[in-house]
Ligand binder design. Structure first.
Ligand code: PMP
Length: 356
């Protein structure tokens, strides 16, 4: 049976990427050994790194004003690295969920954290309107979470801010076209749209590198990574190689324009199934803030949710259980999820509603 993996991350990878990695695993580019056996200082890996950086520049529209680096420790490490490197005095944070809150908690150790806007008071059911944000004049930066993996909300667009805008794009990186030039720093744990877990992709505007206080350790300074092209120490070479394959695949299927269109189509299909169910399926998320990556919904009772999750997994659709903190159902439909997977889910939803 064909399995469709709806996990939130680590998540489904494109089938073509998995097959290519398997094919090249023991013999990369006719070198007689696998990429994970190659020195990070050798030409085989250097080629992988350069290609991966270029793919990201081409696909995402990253100009020379930015450096692209890979840093271990996932997105959670960035929660601390950002304030360590960039918080001088105060910073503005927008609290739209669990991951924003974790970023806020880390920043508090390094300066004054001001909550410019939040949706906590309404169980994180929306992205606060930009017109309501209280941004401060002296903030070092403004931090947002572009897609809230647990609550299923997503910024439909981004604000223009005076202070550098920093975005945690872990769960929607390169899922749509974005004007990178309106950000000071973009970061993302790789395990949803890019590749293996354990590292973060960081895109940082060059003028922000080098503001770091002298007492910050070498491995926690952005300049260590930008100066050495992510090769100060041994980077996670295999993970970077996988990001290279995923970005090759993104180019092959037509780039971010085509990917965005696919993602719009998948999300529209799933939300339509929810909206057309006469309230049988319901989402707590406000319509203007619905995520196209993590579609969160409920059934009339927890018993029915348990039964639904059993049915879906019997039908080969795994990873649909909502995050342990909110319950319900969550369908994570990142770039690698084909339309076919969503169609299959929607079909099962309709049948389930009729029979239960
Ligand atoms: N930010 C967001 C939006 C996430 O979804 C996650 C992980 N699910 C994280 C941060 C944390 O990422 P990591 O596990 O790589 O530290």
């Amino acid at each position: 049976m064909k399995i469709f993996n709806f996990n939130a991350g680590p998540a489904m990878m494109p089938a073509a990427v998995m097959e290519r990695a398997q094919k090249e695993f023991c013999n990369f580019n006719n070198t007689g050994c696998g990429i994970l056996e190659h020195s990070h200082r050798g030409s085989a890996f250097q080629g992988v790194l350069d290609k991966t950086n270029q793919n990201i520049r081409d696909l995402f529209g990253v100009s020379d004003a930015y450096d692209i680096v890979y840093i271990q420790g996932g997105a959670s490490m960035q929660f601390a690295m950002i304030p360590m490197n960039l918080l001088q005095g105060a910073a503005d944070y927008v609290d739209t969920g669990t991951w924003s809150s974790k970023a806020i908690k880390e920043a508090k150790g390094f300066g004054e954290v001001r909550i410019a806007a939040q949706s906590k008071d309404t169980q994180y059911d929306h992205i606060p309107a930009f017109s309501e944000w209280k941004l401060s004049d002296d903030a070092s930066y403004v931090h947002i979470t572009s897609n809230n993996t647990i609550y299923g909300t997503q910024y439909p667009s981004f604000p223009k801010t005076r202070a550098p805008l920093i975005a945690d794009m872990s769960s929607d990186i390169m899922s749509r076209r974005v004007d990178v030039s309106s950000f000071g720093l973009i970061y993302a744990g790789a395990q949803k749209n890019l590749g293996p877990s354990g590292l973060a992709l960081v895109i940082i505007r060059k003028d922000l590198v080098g503001r770091t206080p002298a007492n910050v350790p070498t491995m926690l300074r952005y300049e260590t990574y930008t100066r050495e092209n992510s090769l100060y120490n041994t980077p996670p070479t295999f993970a970077i190689y996988m990001i290279g394959l995923v970005t090759d695949w993104m180019k092959e299927i037509g780039g971010l324009g085509a990917i965005e269109k696919r993602n719009d189509e998948k999300a529209a299909l799933l939300y339509k199934a929810i909206d057309d169910s006469d309230g049988y399926f319901s989402t707590p998320v406000r319509k203007d803030s619905r995520s196209k990556m993590n579609v969160v919904f409920r059934l009339p009772s927890e018993e029915l949710e348990t039964k639904f999750l059993k049915r879906t997994s019997e039908a080969g659709m795994i990873g649909l259980k909502g995050h342990r903190s909110v319950g319900g159902v969550r369908a994570s439909i990142y770039n690698a999820m084909p339309l076919e997977g969503v169609q299959k889910l929607v079909e099962l939803m309709e049948n389930f509603r009729k029979n239960n």
